[in-house]
Design a protein around this ligand. Structure first.
Ligand code: PHE
Length: 463
């Protein structure tokens, strides 16, 4: 192995890889069900405002830290200030925790794609199908292993030949698929049992038109917090991933422009995913169907595909293939962050590290799969939900650690190293740091306060 630091070939490769990390099941499954639950247009307006402010701030911070230190998350904070080395270690915990379960969800998606591809989509529409599958012994483990093997394969080939090449191939295809299925969704019409005809365009209205009637301050705050936690997860910020990817960006790349493009890509895919899923669910199951929550992708959607008849098999297969793409590029970014950190810590080669971490992740993911049968329990979580192993990992990483890390990062960058340090990096290539004033206000005042609120809210310390 040469001494040369791995890097993306240029700005486009970086943007597509970072968008690949950002666009995942969060966009396709979580965003639509939150939008449906939180009054459609109102949620969307709030979310857009947050992307342009908080999303921009956190993404800029991560990427600039990465490019300036040229280190992965594990070491970046310590290299800036010895006292803050703990923040790098804490940040590294998030991808480690997410890695244990993301490939399990990837396995579920793979299973559904196979079911639709083999023309057995009608099975998936049956009541109880999803629960039967995840609680069964071997199948979820086998599908998870297949998904994880592909992830490790991509990471094994490195930053440019593996991750960048894979993202260049997959991301444009994903965009086309999500746009194509969204257009198809709008053309749907269906006559319900009571003779009422519902169309895709009406569903689009239910999704996009904000409904402010009956909205209370408390209700609005709830929407705000839902949108905020969605934003974190969706942009893959505050978990070291964007620091690691930032460390692979060449010095002459215009960071402001790339960051804008990543924000747009991630948001457009989320909006299109909503335009694809919500009208379809509305047409076949009415407004009640839209309030399904987490069961939307694995339980309601297969029923929608089933109700479409023959064409539903094809659309269902395309849909789940698209979700596999989205989930793979995200899982790749998680594994890459772990590999990059461990390569530096143990001074080991990429290939060796990738194999060892791939095997460890497989072991952990098997335990998570067993959480639905042998190791089943029901643990009430501080945020009010009840969870199994997978939900517990998700809770610790997303609801507990991520707001905490963002808060600490804002304090560190805003008050210890000072935002000027980020500004210098943003302008080092000779380009302007657009939205600079906004960045200063956000990183010092608004984001830390909001992160503290989010932390207290999701840990149940404040209701
Ligand atoms: N951002 C990804 C999504 O929207 C999820 C993700 C989480 C990716 C954590 C990497 C790390 O689904």
């Amino acid at each position: 192995m040469g001494k040369k630091k791995s890097s993306f070939s240029g700005s486009l490769g970086f943007v597509l890889a970072a968008a690949g990390s950002a666009v995942g099941v969060g966009n396709i499954w979580r965003f639509p069900y939150l939008a449906a639950k939180d009054g459609g247009g109102v949620f969307i307006l709030v979310y857009l405002a947050l992307v342009l402010t908080f999303g921009f701030t956190l993404l800029t911070t991560d990427i600039a830290i990465g490019r300036r230190t040229k280190l992965s998350a594990l070491d970046a904070f310590g290299a800036i200030s010895k006292k803050w080395d703990f923040l790098g270690k804490l940040t590294f915990l998030v991808p480690a925790l997410i890695m244990t379960y993301y490939s399990v969800i990837g396995g579920w998606v793979t299973k559904y794609a196979v079911v639709f591809l083999t023309g057995r989509g009608a099975d998936a529409a049956r009541d109880g199908y999803f629960t039967d599958f995840i609680t069964s012994g071997a199948a979820p483990i086998v599908f998870m292993l297949v998904f994880l093997a592909v992830t490790a394969f991509v990471v094994y080939f490195g930053v440019e030949k593996g991750i960048e090449r894979f993202s260049r191939l997959v991301m444009p295809g994903l965009l086309l698929l999500v746009a194509g299925i969204a257009v198809f969704s709008l053309t749907l019409r269906h006559e319900a049992g009571d003779g009422q005809v519902r169309t895709g365009l009406q569903g689009l209205g239910a999704y996009l038109i904000p409904d402010f009637t009956g909205l209370t301050l408390g209700g609005f705050l709830k929407i705000l917090l839902d949108a905020m936690s969605q934003l974190f997860f969706s942009l893959s910020v505050s978990m070291g991933i964007m620091i690691t990817y930032g460390s692979y960006v060449k010095d002459d790349v215009n960071l402001s422009r790339s960051i804008g493009q990543i924000e747009i890509f991630d948001t457009v895919v989320a909006l299109l995913a909503g335009a694809m899923i919500i009208p379809a669910v509305y047409v076949f199951s009415g407004s009640e169907g839209m309030a399904q929550g987490p069961g939307l992708m694995f339980i309601s959607l297969p029923k929608v595909f089933g109700a479409m008849g023959g064409v539903g098999q094809v659309v269902g297969a395309l849909f789940f293939i698209m979700v596999i793409f989205a989930a793979l590029t995200s899982c790749v970014s998680i594994l890459e962050t772990l590999v990059a950190g461990s390569m530096a810590a143990f001074r080991s080669s990429r290939r060796r590290t990738c194999l060892v971490l791939g095997a460890l992740s497989a072991g952990a993911a098997i335990v998570i799969c067993l959480g639905y049968n042998v190791l089943y329990f029901e643990l009430p979580l501080p945020n009010g939900s009840v969870g199994q192993l997978l939900d517990v990992m998700d809770y610790i990483s997303n609801s507990f650690l991520m707001p905490l890390i963002s808060f600490l990062t804002c304090v560190f960058v805003g008050w210890v190293v000072k935002p000027k340090w980020i500004e210098e990096e943003m302008e080092s290539s000779g380009h302007v740091f657009t939205r600079k004033k906004l960045y200063y206000v956000m990183i010092r005042y608004i984001t830390p306060v909001m992160m503290a609120v989010l932390f207290f809210q999701s840990t149940g310390l404040w209701k």
